[in-house]
Design a protein around this ligand. Sequence first.
Ligand code: PEP
Ligand code: MN
Length: 355
Amino acid sequence: MNIGKVITPTPGRGLVIAGPCSAETEGQVMQCARDLAKLGQVDLFRSGIWKPRTRPGSFEGVGKEGLQWLKRVKEETGMNTTTEVAKASHVFDCLKAGIDVLWLGARTTVNPFSVQEIADALNGTDIPVLIKNPINPDLGLWQGAVERIYKAGITRIGLIHRGFSYHGETTYRNVPRWQMAIEMKRKFPDLQMFIDNSHICGRRDTLHEVAQEALNLNYDGLMTEVHPRPDEAWSDAAQQITPAVFGEMLKNLRLRKPTASEMEIAPLTELRRQIDEIDNDLIGMIGRRMKLSDSIGEFKAERNIAVLQSDRWEAILVKAAQDGATHGLSSEFMEKYLKAIHQESIDHQDAIVNR
Ligand code: PEP
Ligand code: MN
């Protein structure tokens, strides 16, 4: 794949996409745009024109009319503009209105029919496209959307990490699952990656820390929802911030160097060698652990004993949580780690008792 940048990088700072969740009125859009332009760091002004809402009856966007407001934003502030497209007619309307960049929302990336419809509409154009991760943690869908858009001849494609929906209690609106974005970046190293901290957080007080985490992970920039009067926003009020608060956040974010010179990272070489050695030992030890588990499997098979012994498993978990804590390992990590090992162990023993 030969993919260009959606936004030309500015040395020394991360790229910035900002604007309201939804375009509500011409006045709201223009006020937001003027205040954001004053920050002098916004590369792309965002605003939803057609809003995908979970249930009918909530504000579903102003529609086509709003595209003229975005046109005015560009004319008066010089900022490029972007909006979400979910079907072919949206693409045609945006192209006609001179929108600079399009984005595919999380509810579109999940649906190959919609993505293909948009790809077909894009065929023969060269507008840059940003693709949000699908709502559910399925890397294949995200990857598939990139491939469909690329096949349509679009050569500037970027990724937006907006988190994944999660069933259960969490402090996030959409859990980040950083490893999924890291894996996506590994598959498409040339694509710019943006963090949509607004939809990950769903609230204002954690926006900074999520954006900073993304910069620590070498993301190219961020997409944040900014509204002149967040509390009165017609959609996503809880997560939007004023241009002034946004400006403060930008000031406090620390950009990390993507790489460093050989000289500078020389001290890391030895530490990395030691880590590689430990990883190697760990894999060997886990292999040995599995062999013991196999022997236990043989024993159980001979006596027709169930593979899962709940008391024993509970005891292992409790002890590991305590041991982990003495080494500074979180109980969440210890649980994930042991569950993975335990599952592998069960799979091994299953294979033996099912023989
Ligand atoms: C948005 O950016 O306003 C939006 C609807 O995002 P998502 O597709 O990530 O939910
Ligand atoms: Mn939103």
